[in-house]
Design a protein around this ligand. Structure first.
Ligand SMILES: Nc1ncnc2c1ncn2[C@@H]1O[C@H](COP(=O)(O)OP(=O)(O)OP(=O)(O)O)[C@@H](O)[C@H]1O
Ligand SMILES: [Mg+2]
Length: 503
């Protein structure tokens, strides 16, 4: 028999006179995994922030375990058994793993002293449930983003929760880690815990969720059982019209190489890399965790200095040992992990957008704000960026809308080569297509485009040539016509490699 554990009814919320939730309902059953879906800016995180006590609704009723409650602050939410894994990573990088886990609720022994040993023990225990082998005393700063995300997840698991909110928990996780998390979610569900799961990866939704609720522009537009809908149906509910999953093509330009890389090697990261990208070409790099593709392109962009081999831009060999050199040579790089690498929190939306291409907006040393505003308006419309005032700080935008600003800034930058690392992280299905179309336009203008992505469907829809990497080497090179998701898997796991591909 299903038992309702949570009911949110007719929830309304505005920020600065702009209404973002227009009377939304959500019902959660005991022991279910419930998908909360919607486009970027639809109001998913806001609704969860209300349940988590971070924001107060203007009106509406929340009933938890049959009792109406008012959640004035996060503590009340926690005391009522709700744990919250936030969309943006909140780890304190100067603290250790265990200090992060117990921040604000340090354990003490019977003499009232901080009990480091016990905190470390519990940290290891919960991390090992997630399949993570990590020293609890390590400082968080130097850890990989996927570990930081795991720490956020582990933190929520530490408490005995009735409800766990997971707001895009897998954006930085590898496939293996995602599988572990799903296993754990299923076992939590068996023990009666309810999970609200937010993700733009619709395949994940299908794999792990029981029911769904869809929001569009702050309105409830549908709910039901996952088994009764397919992915296309969910996408359509989210966006309000059918969403294409066709591949993207563009007019070919001249075809001379803009970037050629010969025998690039960096001890322990990648080795013997050679490839070239022509004007107007879209080339993909894919693989699993540890394949070295991010490190390879961080080296080509000058973030990493220790490598050997030759990089030629437009036929001329250049030594790139600093990002400024790369930019001067005409290379642009859109890094992954927006919060850590790509946005400046204290600047406004429009300032963040014009950051990399400031010279496009400069006239006599002054920022030419009219042109800046025009460009902003253009991308706001084309990418459907949900923001009412371009002068608000970027961190008041929803996660996906921040990512759109990051992408827009590079669509504006000049340069012959643009490298996009995981460009559609947290972007909804509809806006993804808009971004792919912009990337095609850049290729049509003659730029060489490189896309790094672990999502096979994305690579297959957008890239004409695809390189698959395994443990720092390119193990397969294909045109998209030759390739399927299964073949990508074979080369990405190292179970196949072709002699012609070893260089
Ligand atoms: N603190 C805030 N101040 C002002 N506006 C806000 C604030 N938080 C959210 N908003 C606005 O509320 C709307 C809904 O944002 P929310 O973060 O809930 O979207 P979301 O559905 O989680 O989107 P995404 O998929 O991109 O994460 C957005 O237009 C956003 O700009
Ligand atoms: Mg969100």
């Amino acid at each position: 028999m299903t038992q309702t554990i949570l009911e949110m009814k007719d929830i309304k919320k505005s920020f600065n006179q702009v209404q973002v939730l227009h009377g939304v309902d959500l019902t959660l059953n005991k022991g279910e995994i419930h998908a909360l879906l919607g486009e970027n800016g639809a109001g998913k995180s806001t609704l969860m922030n209300i349940l988590g006590g971070v924001h107060q609704p203007e009106s509406g009723v929340i009933t938890l375990d049959g009792k109406e409650i008012k959640i004035d602050n996060p503590r009340i939410s926690q005391e009522n058994g709700v744990s919250f894994i936030h969309q943006e990573l909140n780890v304190v990088t100067d603290l250790t793993v265990y200090e992060n886990m117990f921040l604000g609720s340090e354990l003490r022994n019977k003499w009232g002293m901080i009990d480091v040993k016990e905190m470390c023990r519990q940290t290891s225990e919960v991390l090992s449930k997630l399949g993570v082998d990590l020293d609890p005393k390590k400082i968080v700063r130097d850890l990989d983003t996927s570990y930081k995300q795991m720490i956020e997840i582990a933190k929520a698991l530490l408490r005995d929760s009735k409800i766990i909110i997971m707001d895009e928990p897998t954006t930085s996780l590898t496939d293996n880690e995602v599988d572990r998390l799903f296993e754990l979610m299923r076992s939590l569900k068996q023990s009666g815990v309810s999970i609200i799961y937010i993700s733009h990866k619709l395949k994940e939704i299908q794999a792990v969720c029981d029911r769904y609720t869809v929001l569009r522009d702050g309105h409830l537009v549908g709910n039901g059982d996952i088994k009764d809908v397919d992915l296309a149906g969910i996408a359509q509910l989210m966006v309000g019209k059918s969403v294409s999953t066709e591949a993207f093509y563009h007019e070919k330009s001249s075809g001379e190489p803009v970037l050629t890389v010969k025998n690039l090697t960096s001890e322990g990261l990648f080795k013997g890399i050679h490839f070239s990208v022509a004007k107007g070409e879209v080339v993909g790099f894919t693989g699993l965790a540890g394949d070295g593709r991010t490190e390879l392109f961080e080296s080509i962009f000058g973030f990493r200095k220790k490598y050997s081999g030759v990089i030629e831009v437009n036929g001329t060999p250049i030594k790139i040992n600093h990002p400024i050199k790369a930019v001067k040579a005409g290379i642009g790089f859109v890094p992954k992990n927006r919060k850590e690498n790509a946005i400046i929190k204290d600047l406004s939306v429009i300032e963040n957008m014009s950051l990399s291409s400031i010279k496009n907006f400069e006239k006599n040393g002054l920022i030419h704000s009219k042109r800046e505003q025009e460009k902003f308006q253009q991308y706001k419309d084309q990418l459907n960026i949900k923001v009412h005032d371009p002068n608000v700080k970027i961190d008041t935008l929803s996660g996906g809308n921040q990512q759109k600003v990051v992408i827009a800034k590079w669509l504006e930058a000049d340069g012959d080569i643009i490298i996009f690392d995981n460009p559609t992280q947290g972007i909804d299905v509809g806006a993804k297509n808009e971004i792919y179309q912009h990337i095609m336009n850049l290729a049509e203008q003659g730029k060489g485009i490189i896309i790094l992505s672990s999502e096979a469907p994305e690579i297959l829809r957008v890239c004409e040539r695809i390189n698959i990497m395994f443990q720092g080497e390119i193990t397969g090179r294909f045109s998209r016509e030759e390739l399927t998701e299964e073949i990508i898997m074979e080369y990405a796991t190292g179970s196949k490699r072709e002699a012609k591909n070893i260089g």
